[in-house]
Ligand binder design. Structure first.
Ligand code: NAD
Length: 261
C-alpha cells in the first residue's frame, strides 16, 4: 500500500482526544510528520504515546495552545513551520459542544464561549495556515463542522451557529484559495462515540447515559454511533493528494441521518 503521507506534514487541533487523536494515528501510520495542538497537555501526551505504538518512526511535535486565542494560534502555526518548514495538511478540528438548553435559556456567556472556540478558533487557524499554504502553492484544509452545521438539531444555539459558520468559512475560503493549489473542505459528522458525545449523553441521562445512548441512535438509519476511526479514514483521504480536486465540499459522515430529518 502506498504511504499517502510520506514526507508530508500534518497539523491537527483538538489532537488530545476523539476525532483529532484518531486522525493523528491514521496519518502517522501512513508516514506523516505531525504537529499536534490541544489545550489539554496530558491528552496530547497520550496521543503521542498511542502514535509511537503504531508508528515508532513518527516525528511528533506537541503544542499546548488555546485555539480561541489568536496569538496562540499564530504561534502554533509558526512553531510548526519552524520545526518542519511547511504544512501539507491541516485538520482544523478543536471544538466543544456547550451546554444544551432552549434558545431563551442558552445564556450569552455560553454562546460566546462556544463561538470563540468553534468558530473564531477555526477562522484564526485558517488565517495563519492559509498564508503558509498560499506561499507553498499547495495544501489541504479539513475543517470540522457537524450535522449541527447543516441541519437544525435543537438545544444547541452556540454549537449550531458556530458549525453553520464553519461551513460558511469553508465555502468562502475554498473559492479564494483554489487558484493557489490549496483545497478546503469540511466534514459534518453525526454522533461519533468520543468523550464529547459521552459528555452530551451524560447531560441528558446522568449515570444512565449508556441507556440514553441506545435510545439516541434509534432514529439513525444505521442504528449506531459512528467510530472515531471511521472519521479518521475520511479525514486522511481528504487531507491527502488524492482529494486535491475536492474543494468547498461539506462531507457528511453520519450513517445517513442528516438526510432523514
Ligand atoms: P473531544 O472532546 O473528544 O475532543 C476535542 C478536543 O478539543 C479535546 O482534546 C479538547 O481538549 C480540545 N479543545 C477543546 N477546546 C479547545 C481549545 N479552546 N483549544 C484547543 N483545544 C481545545 O471531542 P470530539 O468528538 O473529538 O470533537 C472534535 C470535533 O468534532 C469538535 O469540533 C466537535 O464539535 C466535532 N464533532 C464531533 C462529533 C461527535 O459526535 N463526536 C460530531 C460532530 C462534530
Amino acid at each position: 500500500m502506498v504511504n499517502r503521507f510520506d514526507g508530508k506534514v500534518v497539523l491537527i487541533t483538538g489532537a488530545g482526544s476523539g476525532l483529532g487523536r484518531a486522525s493523528a494515528l491514521q496519518v502517522a501510520k501512513e508516514g506523516a510528520k505531525l504537529s499536534l495542538v490541544d489545550l489539554n497537555t496530558q491528552g496530547l501526551e497520550e496521543t503521542k504515546t498511542a502514535i509511537l505504538e503504531v508508528a515508532p518512526q513518527a516525528e511528533v511535535l506537541l503544542l499546548t495552545a488555546n485555539v480561541a486565542n489568536e496569538e496562540e494560534v499564530k504561534k502554533y502555526v509558526e512553531d510548526t513551520v519552524k520545526q518542519y518548514g511547511k504544512i501539507d495538511g491541516f485538520f482544523n478540528n478543536a471544538g466543544i459542544e456547550g451546554k444544551q438548553n432552549l434558545t431563551e435559556d442558552f445564556g450569552i456567556d455560553e454562546f460566546q464561549k462556544v463561538i470563540s472556540i468553534n468558530l473564531n478558533g477555526v477562522f484564526y487557524g485558517m488565517k495563519y495556515v492559509l498564508a503558509e499554504m498560499k506561499k507553498q502553492g499547495s495544501g489541504s484544509v479539513v475543517n470540522t463542522a457537524s450535522v449541527g452545521g447543516i441541519r437544525g438539531v435543537g438545544n444547541q444555539s452556540g454549537y449550531s451557529a458556530s458549525k453553520h459558520g464553519v461551513v460558511g468559512l469553508t465555502r468562502n475560503s475554498a473559492i479564494e484559495y483554489g487558484q493557489f493549489g490549496v483545497s478546503i473542505k469540511a466534514i459534518a459528522p453525526g454522533a461519533i462515540m468520543t468523550p464529547m458525545v459521552e459528555g452530551s449523553l451524560r447531560q441528558m441521562g446522568g449515570e444512565n447515559w449508556e441507556e440514553v445512548g441506545k435510545e439516541f441512535v434509534q432514529p439513525n438509519p444505521m442504528k449506531r454511533f459512528g467510530k472515531p476511526e471511521e472519521v479518521a479514514y475520511l479525514v486522511a483521504f481528504l487531507l491527502s493528494d488524492q482529494a486535491n480536486f475536492i474543494n468547498a465540499a461539506v462531507v457528511p459522515i453520519d450513517g445517513g441521518q442528516s438526510y432523514k430529518y
